[in-house]
Design a protein around this ligand. Structure first.
Ligand code: NAD
Length: 382
């Protein structure tokens, strides 16, 4: 079946990193003989400039009609004075809602070669490879009633609410991911205080019985927040609700060392959405120095979740590792960090580092992924 992908480069560094993600994606699809088509559309500030709306009808329609959407980033200072509903970010929020993905997947990987970029000590993050599965459409961000109270004692309130169905469907996603990884799910809640968390724990435990080969542990969110920075290597898949996931996934980003490294996938809805975690980075846009590895890793997630090409995804992830191991760094990974000069990984000591542009980094990964694939095929051929 032909894989139809809508590409939304967006604003700022979005087009720069998306170009490199597409370059690697096309190469891997070719290597696997996969028939794919790509259609590019405007979103965010670029769409406001041309059509006066952050999510034009044509863009929304193309996304809904495709198998997957690959997005760069949206936003920029020139749009900051617009009312909230007309800003570039509102186009992305509307798109996410239209696509209907309820499971947000964010990996946080400690790459050995750039361990010194993390604010955490290299020996703490060593080997860490966490996948956070965050419920995205429920919980306190969406439930009613919500609002402000006026009168003699002004206040404000929100409602945290979950149905069993909402918990069940995201739990299945987490267990299915764990089956393909290290077969462990840590479900995070606050069941000692919140009724929603008690339902969460009960439902996750019940669904977990369908996956006897996956180990399930429950952890309170405060304890998890602590453990993520003291023992990140002890996690495989973290499953949690919307608010806790929002906070924990940003905290886990410290493991990877740079915002530019982080990938994400939003799955479970009509169409799956893949995007790097970072924004449009207006401070570095147009200079060719943005790190495209988060966007490239998002393309790897697309292969895994929307194209059924697990091996292609792994080849990209191995290629990223090899390029970093060889000493290539975009500017964000090369600047002096408080951890620079620490012992780091002994295998990396004395290795020459070369600062490369966004396009050079894309080309290096593209070439490495072809090598990785050739080597793997040659190994299996003997
Ligand atoms: P940002 O993620 O754009 O940038 C934060 C910092 O990280 C900046 O110093 C930037 O230079 C750096 N950075 C980001 N991506 C990088 C990359 N690939 N390589 C190297 N360095 C990188 O966040 P911000 O500055 O808070 O927001 C800028 C704009 O992006 C705003 O308009 C915001 O609304 C928007 N935004 C969009 C998204 C999205 O599209 N998903 C997410 C966050 C922010």
């Amino acid at each position: 079946m032909k894989l139809h992908i809508t590409v939304l480069p967006g604003d700022g560094v979005g087009p720069e990193v998306t170009r490199e993600a597409l370059r690697v994606l096309r190469t891997v699809l070719d290597l696997h003989g996969c028939d794919a088509s790509f259609e590019e559309h405007l979103i965010g500030g670029a769409a406001i400039r041309q059509f006066g709306a952050p999510l034009p009808e044509a863009t929304a329609h193309a996304c809904i009609e495709s198998r997957a959407v690959l997005l760069g980033a949206v936003g920029g200072p020139e749009f900051d004075s617009l009312p909230a509903g007309q800003r570039p970010e509102s186009g992305l929020l509307a798109l996410r809602q239209a696509l209907g993905g309820y499971a947000n997947l964010r990996p946080a990987i400690a790459y050995r070669a750039i361990a010194d970029c993390s604010p955490l000590r290299p020996e703490i993050i060593k080997g860490a490879d966490v996948l956070i599965v965050r419920e995205l459409l429920g919980g306190i961000y969406f439930a009613e009633p919500r609002g402000f109270e006026s009168g003699s004692r002004p206040g404000a309130y929100n409602t945290m609410r979950y149905s069993e169905v909402e918990i069940e469907r995201v739990t299945h996603v987490a267990f299915q991911q764990a089956q393909k990884r290290h077969r462990k799910v840590t479900s995070v809640d606050k069941a000692n205080v919140l009724e929603t968390s008690q339902l969460w724990r009960k439902t996750v435990t019940r669904v977990g019985c369908d996956y006897p080969e996956v180990k399930l542990e429950h952890m309170y969110v405060d304890s998890c927040a602590m453990r993520l920075i003291t023992h990140p290597g002890s996690f495989d898949v973290i499953l949690t609700e919307n608010l806790f996931g929002d906070i924990l996934s940003d905290e886990a980003a410290a493991i990877s060392g740079s915002l530019g490294m982080l990938a994400s996938a939003t799955i479970g809805g009509k169409v799956d959405l893949y995007e790097p975690v970072h924004g449009s980075a207006p401070d570095i846009a147009g200079r060719g120095i943005a790190n495209p590895l988060g966007a490239i890793a998002s393309a790897a997630m697309l292969l895994r979740h929307s194209a059924g090409l697990e091996q292609g995804a792994r080849d990209i992830e191995d290629a990223i590792r090899e390029v970093l191991d060889a000493g290539h760094r975009t500017a964000d990974l090369s600047s002096q960090h408080p951890n620079s000069g620490r012992a780091g990984d002994p295998g990396q000591r004395g290795r020459a580092r070369r600062v490369v542009s966004t396009a050079e980094m894309g080309a290096l990964v593209e070439s490495a992924v072809a090598d990785v694939t050739d080597r793997r095929r040659a190994y299996h051929a003997v």
